[in-house]
Design a protein around this ligand. Structure first.
Ligand SMILES: [Ca+2]
Length: 269
């Protein structure tokens, strides 16, 4: 009968704020950890970590240009930029509302000359980057991070091109499969080399592999552009939460820890 439950409706409206909030709010860190079956943010694996830049290390205000970005771990040196090429600090720009560094895809980049302690030659190593908001783009390369030298197989890098994630190791690229399409959502990308096999990782899963002979140089590390600025720099538009470099090829268990940290601390899904 019409009007049988007005009191209940009024009660539901009174509670709607709390109910609605529960429905629409992001999962808390505790909820994410419970789903993962871990008791706390495990942090990044520490073993073999030779370089780490975290947006949370920067003492800047929202919208400030990033001129110097000191490492949070390791002693590779600081990333620096100048003028309009400096990327922008976003205080609440990560998936969890934490800080990130935003590159405009036009002229922004940071660089470090002769970085110390990074894997070179055919050394094993892993490059990890938590990135978000990579836009749909053309077929050209948009470089996220690259270190080494501009010679055939002389660099190690992560980039996107069209609808694919790719490694760009200078003149030799490994593209992700079409079944792992590129999106604007926050993802954890990885480039690993164990001395024989090169792998491209997406959210803790290897999505492509091959067996080139890397000969990584030590010229420079660049974030947001290719090593030399050639080809117009091939600047990438993206948000960067952290970039880490290891002197080992991370194990499956270590990748699981990377993803647990990315989800618990930074809101990656
Ligand atoms: Ca700019």
């Amino acid at each position: 009968m019409v009007g049988a439950a007005p009191a209940l409706v009024v009660g539901d409206i009174t509670d709607a704020g709390a109910v609605g909030e529960a429905i629409v709010q992001a999962e808390t860190a505790a909820e994410v950890l419970a789903e993962l079956g871990v008791s706390g943010d495990p942090g990044l694996p520490a073993s073999g970590l030779v370089a780490l830049w975290r947006a949370s290390s920067l003492s800047l205000a929202d919208g400030d240009p990033v001129a110097t970005w000191a490492p949070a771990s390791g002693s590779p040196g600081s990333l620096t930029g100048s003028g309009s090429a400096r990327p922008t600090y976003r205080a609440t720009g990560s998936p969890s509302g934490g800080p990130c560094v935003e590159f405009d895809g036009s002229d922004d980049y940071l660089s470090l000359e002769t970085p110390a302690g990074l894997p070179d030659g055919a050394d094993a190593g892993t490059l990890v980057a938590l990135v978000a908001r990579c836009p749909a783009g053309g077929s050209g390369y948009d470089h996220l991070v690259q270190f080494g030298a501009a010679a055939n197989l002389g660099a190690r890098g992560l980039a996107y091109a069209g609808d694919q994630w790719v490694t760009v190791d200078w003149a030799s690229n490994l593209a992700g499969e079409s079944t792992s399409p590129r999106t604007a959502a926050a993802v954890v990308l990885g480039h690993s080399y164990d001395g024989t096999t090169r792998r491209l990782w997406l959210d803790g899963n290897p999505i492509a592999r091959d067996t080139p002979s890397l000969a990584t140089g030590t010229t420079r590390l660049v974030v947001g552009r290719n090593l030399t600025g050639g080809y117009g720099g091939e600047h990438a538009a993206f948000r960067l939460v952290f970039v880490a470099i290891y002197s080992t090829a991370l194990t499956e268990a270590q990748w699981a820890q990377v993803m647990a940290h990315a989800r618990a601390a930074h809101g990656v899904r």
